[in-house]
Design a protein around this ligand. Structure first.
Ligand code: SF4
Length: 256
């Protein structure tokens, strides 16, 4: 709801997305948060019996249509394909890792083709943990999609995506190795921004931390405390003009 005007819900697909199976989370290794998993997807590149073509199975948390709310593509209608599992466990993470379903790349393509845009966001979790995403990217390219990747930069793999946003989480014990790409997007935690000078990105986005009333994305947004993070981040951008402010527009609009 914005200025009393409700934002229409994202259109539902013409048919409900069909996962390969509706497996409940299983075999998830807990880090600090039991809802987080470090386990990656199935082995990729195996030959489907009787077809002679490579196939893959991906562990997917959710697929939905919304506006990209962050970074340089903020405001762009996009299909989000969220991989399940991450190698980090950030205390500000708002991803629900309790959901996990197995999908094939073909099943994902079939499901998202019901949406009107051809702009896909691969996010997580950490998509690069699952090499099956590379097959998905090839398939999406073959069907005219522009594919963007959001990664924590703990791997050099960019899956062949058209646009790479790297979001290192150093305060969360994240190891940052991918130091070049299209966009570096940081959650601002009063860190020394000069540390990131030794990197090669076309765009630098600084994002305020969202403060919630419970950890791991639980509870509700603490609007006052979050607003203070906005102000703090805006001051940091003013002092470091290489960076631009990135607000989570989708959250302000009440979208996913
Ligand atoms: S790297 Fe991203 S997806 Fe992984 S735990 Fe941190 S915030 Fe969540």
């Amino acid at each position: 709801m914005v200025n009393g005007t409700s934002i229409p819900a994202a259109p539902a697909p013409a048919k409900a997305p069909k996962p390969v199976s509706a497996n409940k989370p299983a075999g998830m290794s807990s880090v600090d948060n039991p809802a987080h998993s470090t386990s990656a997807g199935e082995p990729v590149g195996s030959i489907a019996v009787g077809t002679g073509r490579p196939t893959a199975t991906l562990n997917i948390s959710e697929i939905f249509y919304s506006l990209q709310g962050e970074g340089r593509h903020a405001g762009t209608p996009a299909v989000f394909i969220r991989g399940a599992g991450c190698n980090l466990a950030c205390d500000f993470c708002d991803t629900d890792f309790s959901r996990r379903e197995k999908w094939t790349p073909e099943g994902i393509l079939d499901a998202i083709s019901a949406y009107p845009c051809r702009f896909a966001v691969l996010t997580g979790g950490e998509p690069t943990l699952q090499s099956g995403f590379r097959i998905l990217v090839e398939l999406l390219h073959a069907h005219g999609y522009y594919v963007t990747l959001e990664t924590n930069g703990s791997s050099l793999d960019t899956l062949g995506a058209d646009w790479v946003t790297v979001s290192p989480k150093l305060s969360q014990k994240g190891k940052w190795v991918l130091k070049r790409g299209d966009e570096l997007k940081l959650v601002y935690e009063s860190q020394d921004l000069s540390f990131y000078e030794d990197s090669d990105f076309a765009h630098y986005s600084l994002q305020p931390k969202e403060i919630r009333t419970a950890p791991w994305g639980g509870g509700e947004r603490d609007r006052e405390a979050t607003r203070r993070e906005w102000e703090k981040t805006a001051q940091a951008v003013l002092a470091n003009p290489r960076w631009k402010l990135s607000l989570q527009l989708h959250k302000e609009l009440g979208l996913r």
